[in-house]
Design a protein around this ligand. Structure first.
Ligand code: CA
Length: 357
């Protein structure tokens, strides 16, 4: 009996080691499609950095091949590529898929929505990730935050916007929920992938567009054809998204799943820092190097009309879609308490430090 016990102990020890070494040495090859060209930094950096990190952390065993939109030729087709399993994962903007499922907008940003700090708290310490799982589970996918741009600028316009009437008939590239809001205000809304924006603006296919913020916008050259640069209202904290085919994820060894999740969180945080630094640098030289850019804020009546239209569009989706209503209410409840703290902490601090300058 004693020998039998020893034998079992030895066998189980061998099995244990065999299992763990098998798990950590399994070779896995994935492909990840991007909604942007692989040169479009900092948006393309989270996936590129993720692939490098995951490879290093698994001693070269888990390899993710990153393919930019220049290769896939379908910037907005990545949702279906991952859903169908042609790619195991992608890096995209959840709100691009508002036409497929309005609930996807909650995981990027919504007009007049949460700030980056508030939204992060909602994702990781509120119900955000739970709802991501629920919305994308329907399509056999998992979704994770993939890097935030922070507050985005309101966009580039060829003409000044003085009244709500100036928006009527304007052809503008503006995706997600904000596009629906602008459409309600009479804007002719189109969604164009990043790589085609400048040409569309230059050729007059569109009269206005929104992209990200000074760090990314100025190098795109929009100011050359549309000098009015408006401050933001519609994308207070745009989060990119990693979508993962659930079957592929479930096939991963457990330690690779942990590595992948940890690395996604690290590269997401990194993109915010990088984009903030880029925008701060670009903003610092905007007046001197680009004197033609006219920085403006939409007049108050226009902002009020945008807020009213946002509420109306939200209400119309909520009345048709119970999950939309549920997530909207959850975000509203979270934001009600988070915003008070944002004012008390960050807003107060910024005001106070400005006063003593
Ligand atoms: Ca944008």
């Amino acid at each position: 009996m004693k020998y039998m016990f020893k034998l079992i102990l030895i066998i189980s020890t061998i099995l244990l080691f065999a299992d763990s070494s098998f798990a950590s040495s399994k070779r896995v090859h994935w492909r990840m499609a991007l909604s942007w060209p692989s040169t479009l930094t900092p948006l393309a950096n989270p996936p590129i950095k993720l692939a490098k990190l995951v490879k290093k952390m698994t001693n070269g065993k888990f390899v993710i091949k990153v393919e930019g939109a220049e290769k896939t030729k379908s910037a907005l087709g990545v949702f279906d590529m991952v859903k169908g399993g042609a790619y195991q994962m992608d890096h995209t903007g959840s709100y691009y898929y508002i036409g497929k499922d309005p609930n996807t907008v909650w995981f990027t940003t919504v007009p007049w929505g949460m700030t980056k700090a508030e939204q992060d708290a909602w994702y990781y310490y509120g119900n955000g990730m739970k709802y991501m799982e629920k919305v994308y589970g329907k399509y056999g996918m998992l979704a994770f935050p993939g890097g935030n741009t922070g507050v985005q600028m309101g966009g580039w316009f060829k003409k000044e916007i003085n009244t709500v009437n100036d928006l009527k008939g304007l052809k503008m590239r503006i995706p997600g929920f904000a596009g629906k809001v602008m459409a309600r205000l009479g804007v002719n809304v189109v969604n164009i992938p990043g790589g085609e924006l400048y040409t569309s603006l230059d050729r007059g296919t569109i009269d206005a567009l929104e992209w990200v913020g000074p760090g990314m916008d100025i190098k795109m050259g929009f100011y050359k054809v549309a000098p009015y640069y408006y401050t933001g209202w519609h994308e207070p904290a745009s989060e990119m998204t990693f979508l993962i085919n659930k079957k592929a994820y479930n096939k991963l060894p457990k330690n690779y799943q942990v590595i992948l999740k940890t690395a996604m969180r690290a590269v997401s945080a990194d993109m915010f820092m990088e984009n903030f630094a880029d925008s701060a640098t670009a903003w610092a030289k905007i007046k001197k190097e680009y004197p033609g850019i006219k920085v403006e804020t939409f007049p108050k009546p226009v902002l009020k009309a945008m807020k009213k239209a946002t509420d109306e569009v939200m209400q119309s989706y909520a009345s048709k879609n119970p999950l939309f209503k549920e997530i909207w209410n959850d975000q509203k409840a979270f934001m009600a308490k988070a915003r008070k703290w944002s004012y008390m902490s960050r807003y107060y601090y910024l005001q106070a430090s400005k006063e003593v300058q």
